[in-house]
Design a protein around this ligand. Structure first.
Ligand code: FDA
Length: 391
């Protein structure tokens, strides 16, 4: 049996950050990871360039049963703190769009930075360690397939259920439940939406077509790019609304943001009566989409011979296409997991379980989910820092 002050389970973004901070405070820290490599999601994130934070990160960009929970941790370790760390390690980065900061080079730079910080802080990282049992008497006892450890503090940082083939598990949720902490039902988020029937018949032949839209679900609205897929819709705008969507609800798409497509079609009819609708539509939309919509919704005539009513109807469709998703592509394709350990059971300042002294839960395992664009990593850094300060 080997004793540590802090055992962190899960060497992902949040776990490495918490271990680093606790080590910097002089705590003896063991970081346990069941995979062969730390930070695997960091490596594949942001298309391999890691969108490590967002300049506009604010608590309003996070979903949780308690929308105020994230406020404290995000305020005490901000995006600017993380940017300063990245600069100290001389990692070049750029803003892509909407405040999203990406490495110029490979995402591995961020993992190397975290490993260097952990090493400097004296963190003992053990890979390929499978935790087999956790018990708590006066301290935590953690049994693994490579021996047993004890610790005053235990930090659960094993993430959510997204991308099971990369080692994602419901481990943190199960352990939390065993210690009496409630778990908000997890569901896939930031995930492509699937469609069925006639909607899919329209979408499938358009697979690969992308365009700027405003996607809405309830009061959430995201002006970003959308992509048609073989199963339905994806792209940033759709991933964002997927976090707000629930089974049976509709989403709406404005396919011509900032324009009045009905007015444009009626004006074109007046000014260019011999023009074809698909040509006019192609001035607002990608050509394949323009062709498909014109073929589906208008008679095969010149604009001058087309009634105003079908032009108005098509214009209304472009401005607010109401669609009922059949479902999502699930955890296999979801960037994050919505839900998780209920924030009501945790201290918003330290991430400690209120009823279990010494137990902490951080990162994606907690019921805090960010928008696309670097917010989820910022939550991992901020919640990891909060726990590392207290564990
Ligand atoms: P994370 O999943 O990173 O780490 C958990 C760790 O625990 C893993 O190393 C896992 O192997 C380990 N583990 C699991 N079960 C265990 C067990 N039983 N025992 C021991 N270890 C165990 N976010 C963002 O802000 N910008 C971006 O660019 C992207 N891009 C992106 C792309 C893709 C494809 C995905 C799937 C996700 C993103 N994300 C993202 C989301 C981001 O990756 C995610 O929010 C964070 O990695 C969450 O950090 P955590 O440390 O909480 O979990």
């Amino acid at each position: 049996m080997t004793h540590f002050d802090v055992v962190v389970i899960g060497a992902g973004a949040a776990g490495m950050f918490a271990a680093m901070r606790a080590g910097q405070r002089g705590r003896r820290v063991l970081l346990l990871e069941h995979g062969e490599e730390p930070g695997r999601k960091i490596l594949i994130s942001g298309g391999g360039r890691c969108n490590f934070t967002n300049l506009g990160c604010v608590p309003e960009r996070f979903l949780s049963a308690n929308p105020h929970f994230a406020r404290s941790a995000l305020a005490r370790y901000t995006q600017h703190d993380f940017i300063a760390l990245v600069r100290r390690h001389r990692i070049a980065f750029h803003e892509k769009t909407l405040g999203q900061l990406f490495c110029d080079g490979p995402a591995r730079q961020i993992v190397r930075m975290l490993l260097a910080e952990c090493e400097a802080a004296g963190v003992d990282l053990r890979l390929a360690h499978r935790v087999t049992a956790i018990t708590r008497a006066d301290r935590f006892a953690i049994a693994t397939d490579h021996g047993a450890f004890t610790a005053e503090s235990l930090v659960l940082a094993t993430g959510g259920l997204s991308i099971p083939k990369m080692g994602a598990t419901g481990f943190a949720h199960e352990v939390a439940r065993r210690f009496g902490l409630p778990v908000v039902t997890p569901r896939p988020a930031l995930v492509p939406l699937t469609f069925a029937g006639e909607d899919l018949d329209v979408m499938r032949p358009l697979a690969g077509v992308a365009l700027p839209v405003v996607a809405r679900c309830g009061r959430a609205a995201f002006p970003e790019a959308m992509l048609f897929t073989h199963r339905g819709l994806s792209g940033p705008a759709i991933l964002q609304v997927s976090s707000y969507w629930r089974e049976g609800e509709a989403i709406t798409l404005d396919l011509a943001p900032g324009r009045d497509p009905a007015a444009a079609l009626l004006e074109a009819k007046r000014a260019r009566p011999r023009a074809e609708a698909r040509g006019v539509l192609a001035e607002m939309l990608p050509q394949r989409l323009a062709q498909a919509l014109a073929a589906r919704h208008l008679p095969p005539r010149m604009l001058g011979e087309t009634g105003d009513a079908p032009l108005r109807a098509l214009g209304a469709l472009l401005g607010g296409w109401r669609l009922l998703p059949a479902g999502t592509e699930g955890y296999a394709k979801a960037e994050v997991t919505l839900g998780g350990v209920d924030t009501a059971a945790l201290s918003q300042k330290t991430m400690a379980a209120k009823a279990v002294p010494g137990l902490f839960v951080i990162g994606e395992a907690v019921d805090v989910t960010g928008w696309l664009g670097g917010h989820n990593f910022q939550w991992a850094w901020s919640s990891g820092w909060a726990a590392g300060e207290a564990a």
